[in-house]
Write a protein that binds this ligand. Structure first.
Ligand SMILES: Nc1ncnc2c1ncn2[C@@H]1O[C@H](COP(=O)(O)OP(=O)(O)OP(=O)(O)O)[C@@H](O)[C@H]1O
Ligand SMILES: [Mg+2]
Length: 241
């Protein structure tokens, strides 16, 4: 008997989810536990946000997913290339001009022409067309953050791990960075997956879903608006649980 034609459902389910984190455990060398049986499942590309109090393990989780730290237990399943984007772009932009910085992350086998095309394409995608020769110190904070995102795009990353990327930005630059990631995660062709950590609750309005992280564990996905409403302080300053 020949192969059966695949039904739509079968074909869809054959695409692995962008990210699955199962029962992840991590302790710092001193023995303090940062994550305990931490699980998270992202089923499709989009903008997914995490909120949680200081020290709840959000940044540690992103570093584990990026492969910068090794878990002591559990598993991370993702076929996507990850890239971290930090709160302070000055901590990740290393070379003096936009183009020279983007060069750093490119695969070595590319020709000079391919490298230039890759750099110009990445700059264009983040709205920094024509900025290749610009010295980085002349960029605004928002432009630097968009350049850091261009760095991720230039390396062909498909999983953006963004750790409070707008914390140091003014409201206009904040909006630009959100709009940019939103666009990259909703585009028709090859949409990206972003896991975005925020303390700015208004950002929850832009996500596909959000979850709360508490003491090294993550709660269920909810709509950003529902999660935000649950976190709004009650009159008198008490946070609703
Ligand atoms: N390099 C480190 N060495 C030891 N402990 C650390 C280190 N980095 C973080 N921790 C601890 O791990 C726990 C989780 O920290 P993490 O930075 O992941 O939290 P977070 O949710 O990102 O907090 P914040 O909202 O303040 O950024 C905290 O108890 C923190 O003190
Ligand atoms: Mg953090």
């Amino acid at each position: 008997m020949g192969p059966q034609p695949l039904g739509q459902a079968t074909r869809l389910s054959a695409v692995p989810p962008p990210l699955v984190v199962e029962n992840l455990t991590f302790s710092w060398p001193g023995g303090s536990s940062a994550l305990q049986a931490c699980s998270l499942r992202i089923e499709r590309p989009g903008l997914w946000m995490l909120v949680g109090s200081n020290g709840s393990g959000k940044s540690t989780l992103l570093r584990l997913i990026a492969g910068l730290l090794q878990p002591s237990g559990g598993a991370i399943h993702s076929e996507l290339k990850p890239a971290l984007v930090f709160q302070n772009p000055d901590h990740q932009l290393l070379l003096p001009s936009c183009a020279s910085d983007l060069q750093l992350g490119l695969p070595e086998h590319l020709s000079a022409v391919q490298r230039l095309a890759r750099i110009e394409g990445a700059l264009e995608q983040v709205g920094l067309d024509g900025f290749a020769g610009r010295p980085i110190h002349t960029l605004s904070g928002g432009q630097k953050q968009r350049l850091a995102i261009a760095g991720a795009l230039a390396t062909d990353a498909q999983l953006l791990l963004v750790d409070e990327p707008t914390a140091l930005l003014d409201p206009t630059s904040q909006q630009e960075v959100i709009a940019l990631i939103r666009r990259l995660c909703s585009r028709e062709q090859a949409p990206l997956t972003a896991l975005w950590i925020t303390h700015r609750l208004e950002e929850l309005d832009h996500c596909d879903a959000a979850a709360r992280m508490d003491a090294g564990r993550i709660g269920p996905w909810q709509s950003g608006a529902v999660l935000r409403a649950g976190l709004t302080p009650l009159p008198g300053g008490r946070a609703k649980r």
